[in-house]
Design a protein. Sequence first.
Length: 487
Amino acid sequence: MAVPYMSRAELTTLLHNVLSDSAMGSSLEVLWQNFAKEFPKADYCRIGNALVLLLSEPDLLVSSAQRIGALSILFNMCSEPVESNPYTAFFAQLLASNDHASGSVGPTPQEKAFLARLVTGPTVEVFKESCRYITSADVSSASFDYSRIVDRLRHRHKSYPARVQAGRSCVIADPGPDTQPGRPDSQSAWVAAEALLAGDRKHCLGTFEPPMIRPLPPLHIAEDELMWLNPPMSPPPIMWDFTMCMPLTTTQETETELKQVLQDACHAVLNPQQQGFFLAKLEADPDLVYHIGLSPKKLPKLIEKNPLVAIEVLLKLTTTSAITDYFGEIVTMEMSLHSMEVVNRLTTLVEVPNEFIHLYISNCISQCEQVKEKYMQSRLVRLVCVFLQSMIRNRHCNIQEIFIEVQAFCIEFSRIREAAGLFRLLKSFEEGNMAMEGPASLGSTAGTHGGLGLGGHRGGPSDLVSTTNSSSGASTTASVDSAAGAV
């Protein structure tokens, strides 16, 4: 069962106490005080909607004095300006209705005149009057311009959505002929009000409103529009991996072992057994280099700890397009004896792009210029000069493309003997009188010059740059120190 909008006790208090016949002789001020005493502010909205329903249908409030009292209560419920009163639209509806002769249904001229006085700014004297006095007042001589008042009141109503403005109350008077013209008796009005407000249905809250029309959007067909797919809701079939928990194959075991050795090689120097195992497996199956997990980011660590392993791995990758990323890491890594050994070995065994060699030399020169400590700077400059002499003598780089940069480097560090020797070598190359001498070893320089190798490599790993080409049977030894001594 639905909860009634008002209880029978509240409806009795409203109609038989506050708006009773005996109360119609009291002033509007006393009437409002009695109403405020009976109903708390929390119920004003609910009681106000009930009064609107009673005033909308003339059959529900019999006497005109009761209607005057109900209008004053509606007006006093909101202390804000009349334009902000929630019942403004209802006031405009009453004022816009046609005048009716005395005794007929609808608002009387006295009711319309009283409402016009309220909405245009009531004075204190208005609330001193009683409902009976206002009902019996002669308003034939008074002239009110209801149209202007209605326009002002409807201005707020126009801000509502069009669907709300078109709404109508669910309670409609019976349009059939009435055998008893005029207003009904009080008993019939009470029965109707009790059925509407204290019954099982909340009629005063319902309204007839036009439905919100929501037409289906037309299909938009475009050639570049993605088609909406509805995948089946059934779960996909589960594919069983039959290789789980199966013993690894020989190739898989080898890959796992090489991955572990490579991981160790990036953090520490491998012992001869580990290094020999890694190089032997890689020589037997060069394709393993793609499955051991060597990324370009790991290459600098591998070069510093195990340059020979790094050289062999790079030689296997030179035929792939990924070698460019590895060359990029060598160019940007910190200059060291091991990185120079790796570059020198690569230029000896395979054809390396000139752009890579030039960028590496430029990076070495730049790092020498950025070092502030004199002793460390001298060591790096000697190392770079010996490396450049080896590259020039073995014709591993096109010196003409970087001639000006290397010459400026030699002039800047002319106080160092190796830089002066490199400058004389450049001059002889420029004059076309460079002597063709045998290759030399980069590593032996470190021992000759008292620790040119970085990171405490006294004597330098000369065996890492001494290479033997087994396929051709030719042995090539590149000694940068020899090149420097020859100059």
